[in-house]
Ligand binder design. Structure first.
Ligand code: ASC
Length: 128
């Protein structure tokens, strides 16, 4: 278990940072900002799927206080927050499968779905 709210905040933020890096790299390839490499995309997508499983654990009670952009609404509407997080995990799993499949159009669609999950949650539960 976490020793403190700060530890929990650091844990979840680390997960989000790693996810953003791996997801962002797929985006850069899909947007032509760098050469597309299907093997790299599949590796990145697998990372996103694994990383999407982690941050939820860090949203412990009381950790709305501290160096965090998480809004108190997360804890007020925890069931909805968790449902949205599960949706991200499902979409991230689908992203990993699509990337492994090698069809770039399927990858684009799956990438869009994950991005919507990120934004959908940020719009409601993250400070802007
Ligand atoms: C990213 C990232 C996010 C999401 C979001 C998608 O790469 O860091 O938070 O995508 O911008 O809308």
């Amino acid at each position: 278990n976490f020793e403190s709210s700060d530890d929990a905040i650091q844990y979840r933020q680390s997960g989000f940072s790693l996810m953003a890096y791996n997801f962002g790299d797929i985006g850069a390839m899909l947007k032509g900002k760098k050469d597309f490499n299907a093997d790299v995309a599949a590796m990145r997508a697998a990372n996103v799927a694994a990383l999407a499983k982690l941050p939820l654990e860090g949203f412990i009670d009381g950790s709305d206080k501290g160096d965090t952009e998480a809004l108190a609404k997360i804890w007020a509407d925890k069931a909805d927050f968790e449902a949205k997080f599960k949706e991200l995990q499902t979409n991230a799993d689908a992203l990993a499968i699509a990337a492994k499949g090698g069809d770039k159009n399927e990858l684009k669609k799956a990438f869009g779905a994950v991005g919507k999950s990120c934004k959908g949650c940020h719009d409601v539960y993250k400070k802007d």
